[in-house]
Design a protein around this ligand. Structure first.
Ligand code: 13P
Length: 250
C-alpha cells in the first residue's frame, strides 16, 4: 500500500499563492518516492489552480476540505461531491476536528458525508481524534470507537480499501507544536486498526491510517515509519513548498 502524504491548507492561500506553491512543489519533487502518493487540499477557490498545476504529474492528487451530503439543491454555501469530482478532486476530508469543534458537526452528520461521498465516487479521508480533556479522562478508545462507528456506518459492502483513509489527529496536537509521542501514536493507530477490522472486516487490514498534528520536516520521517502509520496529514508545514517537499521525502 502506498503512503499518502496529504497537505491540508485550511483557510489559507489566494488563487495565485496556491498556484505558485503547487508549481514549486512539483518542481522540488520531480519524482515522488516509489511508495508515496501526495494529495493537496486547498480552499475551494483554489481547486482549479492546483488541478492545473498537477496536470500530467502522476501521484499528485487533489482533494477538498469538506462536502455536503446531497447531489444538488437549495443548500446555500455548500458544495456537492459531483461538483468536487468535476473540479478534479479525487479525495475529500470528512470530520476534520475544526469542523467538529468549531462548526459543531456531529458524528452522525460526518457519517452521512462519508457515505454519500463514497457513493458518488470520491475517496474519503475520515478524520478522528480526541481532545485533551477526553484523553485525560481515559476516554481515548471510547472517542475513537464512537467517531469510527458513526463515520463508517454507511461504507458500502465491496468498497476497495484505497477509497477510505483514516486520519488520526489528536486535537491537542493540531497547530500547537505539541506532536504526539511515538508510543501515543502507535497506541492510537493500533486501536483504530482494531476498530477498522471490526467495522469493515473485508478491508480493515488494508485501510491507510494517517497521523496528523504538528508534523514538521524534523519529525516526519520517524512518524512515517511507525507501525500502522500509512501516511501523514500536514497543516502548517504544508503551506510552504520547501517544508512540504522535505516531509514527502523524509
Ligand atoms: P498542523 O500540522 O498545523 O498541526 O495541522 C494538522 C491538521 O489539522 C491537518 O489536518
Amino acid at each position: 500500500m502506498k503512503q499518502l502524504i496529504a497537505a491540508n491548507w485550511k483557510m489559507y492561500k489566494t488563487v495565485a499563492e496556491a498556484k505558485s506553491v503547487a508549481c514549486e512543489l512539483t518542481d522540488l519533487v520531480p519524482d515522488l518516492p516509489e511508495n508515496a502518493e501526495v494529495a493537496v487540499f486547498p480552499p475551494f477557490t483554489a481547486l482549479a489552480a492546483v488541478a492545473e498545476a498537477f496536470k500530467g504529474r502522476a501521484g499528485f492528487t487533489l482533494g477538498a476540505q469538506d462536502v455536503y451530503p446531497a447531489g444538488e439543491g437549495a443548500f446555500t454555501g455548500e458544495i456537492s461531491p459531483l461538483m468536487l469530482l468535476d473540479a478534479g478532486c479525487a479525495y475529500v476530508l470528512c470530520g476534520h476536528s475544526e469542523r467538529r469543534h468549531v462548526l459543531g458537526e456531529s458524528d452522525e452528520f460526518v457519517g452521512k458525508k462519508v457515505a454519500f461521498s463514497l457513493e458518488q465516487g470520491l475517496a474519503v479521508v475520515l478524520c478522528v481524534g480526541e481532545t485533551l480533556p477526553q484523553r485525560e479522562a481515559g476516554d481515548l478508545s471510547g472517542v475513537l470507537r464512537r467517531q469510527l462507528e458513526s463515520g463508517l456506518a454507511g461504507v458500502p459492502a465491496g468498497l476497495e480499501a484505497n477509497r477510505i483513509v483514516i486520519a488520526y489527529e489528536p486535537v491537542w496536537a493540531i497547530g500547537t507544536g505539541k506532536v504526539a509521542g511515538v508510543a501515543e501514536i502507535e497506541q492510537a493507530h493500533a486501536i483504530i486498526r482494531s476498530y477498522l477490522e471490526e467495522f469493515c472486516p473485508a478491508i480493515g487490514r488494508d485501510v491507510r491510517i494517517l497521523y496528523g498534528g504538528s508534523v514538521k520536516e524534523n519529525n516526519a520521517g520517524e512518524i512515517k515509519r511507525l507501525v500502522n502509520v500509512n501516511g501523514l496529514l500536514v497543516g502548517g508545514a504544508s503551506l510552504q513548498a520547501g517544508s512540504f517537499a522535505q516531509i514527502i521525502e523524509a
